[in-house]
Design a protein around this ligand. Structure first.
Ligand SMILES: [Zn+2]
Length: 117
């Protein structure tokens, strides 16, 4: 009887793990992050809207590596310096928020590791 019970528990644990995996996959399908990707930013308003769009899975949306695109004139001079400085500040703000979120994730992973051991 106890052999059948432990076999049943093992099967339930497998089913439980599979259900968690399926739920995780469904959740990740909604992720809009760009982990390891690139975001080219040239318009402050568009970038601000993009950086403030949350990820339905992770909360904070990872935009990958952000490149500040500066549009220049014939002689290499930046055309819109006001937009460029505003965009530069937005990118700095985004990078600070991203670093904080990565620190928070490391703390959560550390807590998980401690709870499992
Ligand atoms: Zn995400």
């Amino acid at each position: 009887m106890s052999g059948r019970l432990s076999s049943l528990r093992a099967r339930l644990a497998k089913i439980d793990a599979k259900l968690i995996d399926v739920a995780r996959q469904e959740l990740l399908a909604n992720c809009n992050c760009k982990f390891g990707g690139l975001t080219f930013a040239h318009d402050p308003e568009k970038f601000e809207a993009e950086m403030n769009t949350p990820c339905p899975v992770h909360g904070f949306r990872d935009l990958g590596s952000v490149r500040h695109v500066v549009i220049v004139g014939k002689h290499g001079e930046p055309i819109d310096t006001t937009s460029n400085s505003r965009l530069g500040q937005l990118i700095k703000d985004y990078e600070i928020r991203r670093a904080r979120c990565q620190d928070d994730l490391r703390v959560l992973e550390l807590k998980d590791d401690l709870e499992e051991s």
